[in-house]
Design a protein around this ligand. Structure first.
Ligand code: BGC
Length: 498
């Protein structure tokens, strides 16, 4: 698969109007982010609902209500965690499949299939009678997420004119946060309804349907058409989305990019064996690793459980979750507006610092106030933790959240861009799986120490950015090696000096 349009970035003179078609296609595709976000936001609330636990995880329900149960271990259950994390396991394989299939058949059918998978998963979960159906539904949702996350950001990059590509790209992350917010609100509404969890899980059908219907109206990207030899159709779509008759210049750029890229028969081999690809491979993949080890999904998946652990009632904990997710969405807008002005490194380092400080504070508060047995007696502590979580989430939302996706999409040379991007997506899924699967057990074993662990990770990632990640703001993608990697104190040794 090739991201041909990326190549024209430096051709700032390439003519293009900001057409309705481009906005429509990008917004529809970004609904893939809404699906992803809805899912992230829904699982935590559902796993804290009693009716859900009674039906599928009765032993967890009993444990949760035992007065003398260890606070930190109330929700520790491998099967319960598998409910959350099975989706990401499926997502890893699905995104690998999507990276091949979208090269062969185009981006549009993959986006359509993503929504179809997601729809089926939502329906299965709505009707779930036993754990098998529930996990089966999660696997289908995972296929939808894998197909969507691998294809949507690339689709937007290919369809957007270079000038507004960054902003349109971050729409994906913005819709992720809207999805999370919507999900937590749905959980809040359904938590008092009989079998409310069914509506929460079935609600995933809504973003899936929007994407499914919308995807009939999007255009296949010119790069994909031209890559598959459909030059005339590619030109026709280019004319439409650029709002111009004369698109020869851009067409030739895409053609040239496609030809270079098509010479590389095995992008993965090229990616892993050529030393010049090592710097972006290490940085892009580690960025996603670090994104997950900021600890964000501990908050996204388990915030309601965490608030309940501190002794808040079911309702209060769901409201708290809506609040943190609202902060997440609003703070993302700051990134959308400022990231091309202040740069990537600034936000990444600032975000890591903010998250370190808040993790340490939360850890210290829990250490002091959350004893093994019984709720927190101080009324102010849960509120302070809520405020700290909001500060933490905003730090993530304007830094590692959007940039974890944006940076890997702009640091690879064209020939290996897709393979490289897949590594970032896969790293995201693997780490999300690990956090989803083991957090509750880790909380049980390490208690508040876990927050200190994440604080240390945040320090490491901040230092990594300072020493190893060059600033990519404003650098034309195809010039990245010349302008950045080859001049970097560490990475330059991977380039043959000539
Ligand atoms: C991450 C997700 C996270 C979300 C929170 C995304 O960029 O990949 O794991 O839950 O941001 O907003």
């Amino acid at each position: 698969m090739v991201m041909g349009v990326m190549n024209i970035e430096e051709g700032a003179s390439l003519p293009a109007k900001n057409t309705f078609q481009v906005f429509m296609c990008s917004i529809i595709a970004a609904v893939g982010g809404l699906m992803f976000g809805y899912d992230i936001g829904i699982s935590g609330g559902v796993t804290s609902m009693d009716t859900f636990l009674i039906k599928f995880f009765h032993h967890v329900y009993e444990k949760k209500h035992r007065v003398h149960e260890n606070n930190y271990c109330k929700f520790d259950d491998q099967l319960l965690q598998l409910f959350t994390s099975s989706l990401y396991l499926a997502g890893i394989f699905a995104s690998l499949a999507a990276s091949y299939l979208s090269r062969r058949f185009g981006r549009k059918p993959i986006i359509m299939s993503a929504s179809a998978f997601f729809l089926c998963g939502a329906i299965l979960n709505f009707f779930a009678q036993e754990l098998g159906m529930l996990i089966g539904g999660r696997i289908l949702l995972g296929c939808g997420i894998g197909f969507g996350n691998q294809t949507v950001p690339l689709f937007i990059s290919e369809i957007a004119p270079a000038r507004i590509r960054g902003g349109l790209n971050l729409m994906f992350q913005f819709l992720i946060t809207i999805g999370i917010l919507a999900a937590s609100y749905v959980n809040f509404l359904t938590s008092t309804v009989k079998d409310g969890w069914r509506y929460s899980l079935g609600g995933a059908a809504v973003p899936a349907l929007i994407l499914l219907i919308g995807s009939f109206f999007i255009h296949e990207t010119p790069a994909s058409l031209i890559e598959r030899g459909k030059d005339e159709e590619g030109k026709r779509v280019l004319r439409k989305i650029r709002g111009l008759e004369d698109i020869e210049l851009e067409f030739n750029e895409i053609k040239r990019a496609t030809e270079i890229s098509n010479k590389v028969k095995s992008p993965f081999k090229e990616l892993f064996t050529k030393s010049e690809n090592r710097p972006p491979l290490v940085c892009g993949t580690l960025l996603q690793f670090f994104q997950q080890f900021t600890g964000i999904n501990v908050v996204m998946f388990y915030a309601p459980v965490l608030f309940q652990t501190m002794g808040s009632g079911n309702n209060a904990s769901l409201i708290s979750t809506v609040v943190t997710n609202g902060v997440n969405a609003v703070a993302t807008i700051i990134a959308v507006v400022m990231v091309d002005r202040l740069g990537r490194r600034f936000f990444l380092v600032e975000g890591a610092t903010q998250m370190t400080a808040t993790q340490i504070s939360i850890g210290a508060l829990l250490l002091k106030h959350l004893h093994l047995i019984g709720p927190i007696t101080s009324r102010s502590v849960p509120l302070i933790v809520l405020i700290l979580i909001c500060i933490y989430v905003s730090g993530f939302a304007w830094s590692w959240g959007p940039l974890g996706w944006l940076v890997p999409s702009e640091i690879y040379p064209l020939e290996v861009r897709n393979a490289g991007y897949f590594c970032a997506v896969a790293m995201n899924m693997v780490c999300t799986f690990v956090i989803g699967q083991f957090f509750l057990s880790a909380l049980c074993r390490f208690r508040s120490g876990l927050f200190f662990f994440f604080a240390v990770m945040n320090v490491i990632m901040g230092l990594f950015v300072i020493f190893f990640l060059p600033e990519t703001k404003g650098v034309p993608i195809e010039d990245m090696a010349e302008q950045r990697w080859k001049k970097h104190w560490h990475w330059r040794k991977y380039f043959k000096q000539n």
